[in-house]
Design a protein around this ligand. Structure first.
Ligand code: DC
Length: 224
């Protein structure tokens, strides 16, 4: 099968990263977690005590971020330090939407993302991959699920990481992030016109991956 570029966009907790990893493994592709890149900038901004847009943008433009997309995980280093383990904490989660709404920060991230996708054979997940980063992607999926389902998934994920936060608070955080991500002026979260909508509220992870692989096969057949 041709080495495709697969773009998966959707709201927080829809299972984008889980399904992207399964797809990358099954297709022997690399996986690029673009949310982790915005999280890395947020982590650095919090660590350095930088918050206004001009200063955060200047930081993003000058620091050296390296991303190592592999099949099952993606490591992020900033100025040589691996900060992958720091990116999913509550503090970063609470501040990342604001940082991700900064146009200058997005410009730096989008450039890096496009470079990594050049050779194909890659699954990217995010909010604006099919609309802004790679509108020519071979396969575009808009993956979503009900707020209740998404909150429950995050709740179990956080319990596994021994973080204590109530389901109610997670649901609130998801609703706030949905609103912020889809109402920001720069690259808001929205379904691309030619993206295929999958609501996986009642689907398993493997079932979701199967559905996307079917779409990939159809795409390849059509281009032959
Ligand atoms: O997918 P995630 O929860 O790790 O994303 C973290 C934040 O980054 C989220 O608030 C949306 C934002 N984001 C974005 O604006 N554009 C992307 N391509 C990926 C993530």
């Amino acid at each position: 099968m041709k080495k495709l570029v697969i773009a998966i966009d959707g709201p927080a907790g829809a299972g984008k990263s889980s399904v992207a990893k399964v797809l990358a493994k099954r297709l022997s592709y690399t996986y690029l977690d673009t949310g982790a890149m915005y999280r890395a900038i947020t982590y650095e901004a919090l660590r350095r005590g930088v918050s206004d847009e001009a200063a955060v943008t200047a930081m993003a433009e000058t620091l050296t971020m390296d991303i190592f997309p592999k099949t099952d995980t993606m490591h992020v280093t900033v100025d040589g330090e691996d900060i992958t383990d720091k990116l999913r904490g509550t503090d970063v989660s609470q501040h990342v939407s604001k940082i991700a709404s900064m146009a200058g920060v997005r410009a730096v991230m989008v450039k890096l993302q496009r470079e990594k996708a050049l050779k194909g054979g890659i699954v990217l997940d995010g909010r604006d991959i099919g609309t802004v980063v790679l509108p020519q992607a071979d396969v575009k999926i808009f993956l979503t699920a009900s707020v209740k389902n998404r909150a429950l998934r995050r709740f179990h994920e956080m319990k596994d990481n021994s973080e204590s936060i109530s389901l109610e608070d997670i649901e609130k955080n998801i609703q706030e992030r949905d609103w912020q991500d889809s109402h920001r002026s720069v690259s808001p979260l929205k379904q691309a016109k030619d993206a295929i909508l999958i609501d996986n509220s009642d689907m398993t992870l493997e079932g979701t991956a199967d559905a996307i692989i079917e779409i990939c096969k159809l795409t390849c057949d059509e281009s032959n």
